[in-house]
Ligand binder design. Sequence first.
Ligand code: ARG
Ligand code: MN
Ligand code: MN
Ligand code: MN
Length: 301
Amino acid sequence: DRGWMSSTSRSGGQPRPGVDKGPIHLVEAGLPDQLRQLGWDVTFDGHHQFEEISTQDDPPIGILKNPRQVSKVCEAVAQTVAGHAKKGQLPLTLGGDHSLAMGTISGTLSQYPDACVIWIDAHADINTAATTDTGNIHGMPVSFLLGLDESIPEFSWVKPRLTPQRIVYIGLRDVDAGEKKILRENGIKAFSMHEVDRYGIGKVVEMALDHVNPKRDLPIHLSFDVDALDPSVAPSTGTPVRGGLTFREGHYICEAIYETGCLVALDLMEVNPSLSDADAVKQTVAVGCSLVRSALGETLL
Ligand code: ARG
Ligand code: MN
Ligand code: MN
Ligand code: MN
């Protein structure tokens, strides 16, 4: 197994400083060596800070905050992820805020056009420029990936190669009214915490895979927002929402996706070490590392 890890340390898709420091904590906690112990040949190519991309002169477009910076960082991430995927490596991207998934998923799709996306999150991140209440672009990446918002030329590089049938959500519990309408109108499959409670996580993952990957033969991009987990499990994140996935439910998702043998790319996003005390950070970072290990083959027995 060949893996490639990149930490992408940007936070412009949301307002709270610190999420750009998440990756450094995950790496310093020993994630690269943990993955080597699982048998991965890990190339860690450093913390991409994208210093060359200016954060100056980036006034809002409508209410969208830092649009040029977020767009350029994501475009660079897309190229980097695509380059590693092309070499047969499995790109693991540590965020950073979830706007980065515009980049990672674009990169995956350029190498694997038939890939499907499994999006684990408390949020749908599918606002458009017209529906967003906050102007935070981390609440919007899915709409750009699906080509639902073509009003912002800065994001026209995001080729809408993802189709609504090729994405599925698990863990949702804080979806804006405009987002609910978008999900409904586009027939996008989503398993909220209500379905997790009703069916159990095992059945939910099976139904999610049956939807996006019925024959289990398509490449899978797993994009995991750590705020999908309950705040008691992963407290250090920018937009925590109570009533989330348990520790085991989060890990089960990762284990089950690994077992398909179809995983080609992985994101772990929204770990923000500056938002809580040291113990909470330690707990969140440890959970982040173990989610990644589970998605990359760690088993309990
Ligand atoms: N729906 C809200 C918004 O549009 C929250 C999004 C939170 N997204 C995230 N990646 N944590 O701002
Ligand atoms: Mn690189
Ligand atoms: Mn998210
Ligand atoms: Mn979220």
